[in-house]
Design a protein around this ligand. Structure first.
Ligand SMILES: [Zn+2]
Ligand SMILES: [Zn+2]
Ligand SMILES: [Zn+2]
Length: 356
């Protein structure tokens, strides 16, 4: 995520801010130009951006404190391009659910930010029923005994069980599933990976490369799922997969690896925004632990540059967290086959077909 500044006073502001802590101006995010704008209220719910001279309205979800994105005044839509992807939202008369929705939207807006950065197609199912994307955020209420809402993706519909936005519930699920990392943002990145596999890989020239690296997805998903939950992952999964779950089926390997590509690129953009540099004061054994994050990973076309910035940075970040008694920020090991899969995803996202 890039570092934003209030364009009135220059103070650093977060992506989710609706107000500048320094000068008090209202703020909104303009997704068309990826800018944080300071705003002056005008009559009739209009907001003027003095920097651009343009008139905007806030997304209707701003009233629920879940969105700070702006819509050009001339557009009919009530919702911004991130919120118009919602089909089902939680029952807001329940304050616990409203709070969960806030956390969910924070993560979803970050997801959409990344998709915009890459210029990937983002069309809601309301506009394109066949290949559009839509989100359902559901609670377990009113389900028959023993049934639960399953987080997942099916034909452009991403369903999230809103319990995932509850820290205690999520930690319990994480422990039960024996996972090292589980976040709402991680769920979104994984599920949207399934969606873009259908959009970018299936029925495309990338499919042969996919089969070579990830395997043949035409094997029965249900049989693989049953086998995985009966027997667990293969013992040596760390040699060629990013996580145990990635061993389940080629689709899951793709989605898990895709999510990691998103983790890495967004974290590197943050490091780039802050001008981070890692240069260990230790006896030199090769310089692979040093890096200066001088390129924005969202636009960097060379995957090797991305990975050579990531390795030292992730080790430094893990060391910082350990100093605070916290868990590793990036509790994963990237084996050579995983790096190759990440590189493939990088090429698919950037459409670098000549390197296939
Ligand atoms: Zn300000
Ligand atoms: Zn919105
Ligand atoms: Zn999945």
């Amino acid at each position: 995520m890039q570092l934003f500044n209030c364009d009135h006073c220059g103070h650093p502001v977060y992506f989710d801010n609706v107000r500048c802590d320094n000068c008090g101006h209202s703020l909104g995010f303009d997704p068309e130009r990826m800018l944080m704008l300071s705003l002056v209220a005008e009559e009739g719910g209009k907001w003027r951006s003095p920097a651009s001279g343009k008139l905007f309205k806030y997304c209707a979800n701003q009233t629920h404190d879940v969105c700070n994105w702006l819509i050009p005044m001339e557009k009919d839509s009530q919702y911004c391009m991130a919120c118009e992807l919602n089909r089902v939202i939680p029952n807001l008369t329940n304050p616990i659910y409203a709070d969960r929705w806030r956390k969910i939207e924070q993560a979803k807006h970050r997801l959409v930010y990344a998709l915009l950065k890459w210029g990937l197609p983002i069309t809601g199912k309301f506009k394109d029923t066949d290949s559009g994307l839509i989100f359902d955020f559901k609670a377990d209420d009113h389900l028959p005994e023993g049934e639960r809402i399953l987080t997942g993706h099916a034909m452009g519909v991403i369903t999230l069980n809103i319990a995932e936005a509850d820290d205690v519930e999520r930690e319990m699920a994480k422990k039960q599933m024996d996972e090292v990392y589980r976040t709402v943002l991680g769920h979104f990145r994984h599920e949207v990976g399934h969606y873009y596999w259908e959009q970018l890989v299936l029925d495309s020239p990338w499919i042969d490369g996919f089969h070579l690296l990830f395997g043949d997805e035409r094997q029965s998903y249900q049989a693989c799922l049953d086998y995985y939950y009966r027997n667990g992952p293969q013992k040596d999964w760390g040699n060629s997969f990013i996580s145990p779950y990635a061993t389940m089926h080629p689709w899951e390997d793709w989605a898990e690896t895709w999510a990691h590509y998103m983790h890495i690129v967004d974290t590197l953009e943050t490091a780039y925004s802050f001008g981070l540099q890692v240069q260990p004061r230790r006896k030199k054994q090769g310089d692979w632990l040093s890096t200066h994050v001088e390129e924005n990973a969202y636009t960097c076309k060379d995957f090797q540059t991305i990975i050579s910035m990531w390795m030292p940075l992730s080790i430094a970040m893990n060391s910082m967290n350990r100093s605070m008694g916290a868990r590793d920020l990036y509790p994963f090991v990237l084996s050579a086959p995983v790096v190759e899969k990440l590189s493939f995803i990088h090429r698919v996202i950037h459409g670098v077909k000549d390197l296939q």
